[in-house]
Design a binder for this molecule. Structure first.
Ligand code: NAD
Length: 296
């Protein structure tokens, strides 16, 4: 069993750290917000007084932080993780961040002789609680082999996506696909309404024809056809629109940096920015159907 330093005990990090404890690992947590540490302490985890204490004796350090800026600060600072970790410590960042930051931090770790992986997740807070997350992992193969059994204590699927940054690349490409598809499905249901076509009938046709996709069959944006979708609970998230906007923005940043053409990704970011700007950032991202209806 490993000694794991866990940095960032927010909505995702807290249940993930508790699942590591439940699997028998020793967990030393740290968060700049003391209240965020309470759940891990209650579950029997140790809470560090500062970053260095959580990192210094760890075999593995896992970070679950908001953005690339936080990740750069925590890893690269003068008394950051890379400076403090002892030789042989495996570093794993599970935050969703820009590919450039992920690669820059992994390079700095490698220069200090430390293996680092980017391992963002899909599955949300429900998956974090239930230890059913999907991990998309970028970084050296031997680091991946060491990380896999630890990640399996928090997730069901662990995929090696290739070199450093490729975990983040997989995450933002997948979420760009999903965001664009959700807007497409929502537009189709809004048009069907105007045409007098019943939502259930459209669902029955499309879910068995070429319009079929996850945004339709799992997260159907109108109430009725998929009883478990957020549309049936007043668009309570689920996957919050603000997080979809964050991921779509990361995809646009990556597209600009590589010269990739993503015209629908650009349109999706504008529409989600409008939706979030209207005060609905905490709503499920499928709620965008209401804005599209209202815009008609
Ligand atoms: P969160 O804001 O709830 O948690 C982040 C935590 O990091 C906070 O508790 C914050 O205090 C802490 N933190 C910030 N700076 C710190 C520092 N310097 N040292 C120690 N702790 C620090 O966010 P979250 O929902 O847990 O998401 C974390 C990451 O996971 C994000 O990148 C997010 O995009 C990604 N993600 C979230 C979800 C989701 O459904 N919430 C799903 C998939 C991926």
């Amino acid at each position: 069993m490993a000694r794991i330093g866990f940095i960032g005990l927010g909505k995702m990090g807290s249940p993930m750290a508790r699942n590591l404890l439940a699997a028998g690992h020793e967990v030393i947590g740290f968060d700049v917000v003391p209240a965020a540490c309470e759940a891990l302490a209650a579950a029997g985890g140790r809470i560090a007084a500062g970053l260095a204490e959580a990192v210094a004796d760890a075999d593995v350090v896992i970070t679950m932080l908001p953005t690339g800026r936080h990740v750069r600060d925590v890893y690269l600072g003068e008394s950051g993780i890379i400076a403090v970790a002892r030789p042989g410590t495996l570093l794993i960042d599970s935050s969703t961040i820009d590919v450039e930051s992920a690669r820059a931090v992994a390079e700095a770790a490698a220069a200090a002789g430390l293996a680092m992986l980017d391992a963002p997740v899909s599955g949300g807070t429900v998956g974090a609680e239930a230890a059913t997350l999907t991990f998309m992992v970028g970084g050296p193969r031997d680091g991946f082999d060491r990380a896999e059994p630890i990640l399996r204590a928090m997730g069901r699927t662990v995929v090696h996506a290739g070199a450093s940054g490729n975990g983040q690349a997989a995450k933002i490409c997948n979420n760009m696909m999903c965001g664009i598809a959700m807007i497409g499905v929502a537009e189709a249901f809004a048009l069907a309404e105007k045409l007098g076509l019943d939502a259930q009938t459209l669902f029955d046709v499309s879910s068995t024809s070429s319009g079929q996709c996850w945004s339709l069959t799992t997260y159907c944006p109108v109430p009725g056809p998929v009883p478990t979708s957020p549309a049936n609970k007043g668009y309570e998230a689920g996957f919050a629109a603000a997080l979809m906007l964050k991921d779509l923005t990361l995809a646009q940043q990556a597209a600009a940096g590589t010269g990739a053409a993503t015209p629908l990704g650009t349109a999706a970011v504008s529409l989600y920015a409008l939706f979030v700007g209207s005060g609905r950032g905490d709503r499920d991202f499928s709620g965008i159907v209401e804005m599209l209806r209202g815009a008609a």
